[in-house]
Write a protein that binds this ligand. Structure first.
Ligand code: ZN
Length: 241
């Protein structure tokens, strides 16, 4: 771990990590919001990702939604990287009190983190829109359970929808409350792999009342001036144990 980050963590007792797409790209999960993600979506489907991942599109073009979703947001072989592993370890040591993430891939939990607030939901959980029966990721990826790629409930035949927050959908109240509480009680906030422009990142950072903000991102952000420490480098290299 970078010695400057370690020094700050050593003198902290409640560290919260706030992470964005950059944490997942280091596990080879591409950022669908990036320029190449946009290019690919336009080329292949004729729509931008934000439109295909909207509630309206889900309702009106459900087969194309699932085709895009399964081929571009699901990476069943992805493994936690050094950043995920370090954060899980720091939670076990009692330093990290929570991880707040904009990612939906479940890699923090796979690494062993327990207190994870997934602002945009998770691909790991799915639910029948009619009867509410829960399903895991394997179920919806298995074509046997799908009609033209659309997963159907084995109990009632309803459509099974990922518990991912689509554009136009509200964030989960309980997740937001938990994230706000964790951030407002932290003495150190480490922000990684995000330029802090995706809603609701910037707003959440404003709840922080503690001593040190550490920003780890490959490029500059608008919040650099508020940070005690800014590192423009790979999050895995900086946090890795
Ligand atoms: Zn059902």
């Amino acid at each position: 771990m970078d010695s400057r980050v370690k020094e700050i963590i050593d003198r902290s007792s409640k560290v919260v990590f706030f992470g964005g797409a950059g944490v997942s790209t280091e596990s080879n999960i591409p950022d669908f919001r990036s320029e190449s993600g946009l290019y690919h979506a336009m080329n292949e489907y004729g729509y931008p990702p934000e439109q295909m991942l909207s509630r309206t599109f889900f309702i009106n073009h459900i087969e194309m939604f699932y085709d895009y979703y399964k081929n571009n947001l699901i990476y069943t072989d992805a493994l936690p990287n050094k950043a995920h592993i370090a954060l899980a370890e720091l939670e076990k040591e009692g330093k990290v009190t929570a991880v707040v993430t904009q990612n939906i891939d479940g890699l923090h939990q796979k690494a062993g983190s327990r207190k994870v607030y997934e602002l945009h939901g998770t691909v790991m959980k799915n639910r029948c829109m009619d009867c509410g029966h829960p399903y895991d990721l394997d179920y919806i990826m298995d074509e046997k359970n799908c009609t033209n790629g659309v997963p159907k409930c084995s109990h009632c035949g309803g459509i099974v929808k990922p518990e991912v927050v689509l554009y136009e959908e509200p964030l989960d109240d309980e997740v937001m409350r938990g994230a706000v509480k964790a951030i407002s009680e932290a003495d150190t906030l480490i922000v990684g792999g995000t330029s802090l422009v995706v809603y609701p990142a910037a707003g959440l950072i404003n709840y922080f009342n503690g001593n040190d903000i550490v920003l780890i991102n490959k490029s500059k952000t608008d919040y650099d001036r508020r940070a005690s420490l800014v590192i423009n480098d790979s999050i895995g290299e900086v946090l890795g144990l």
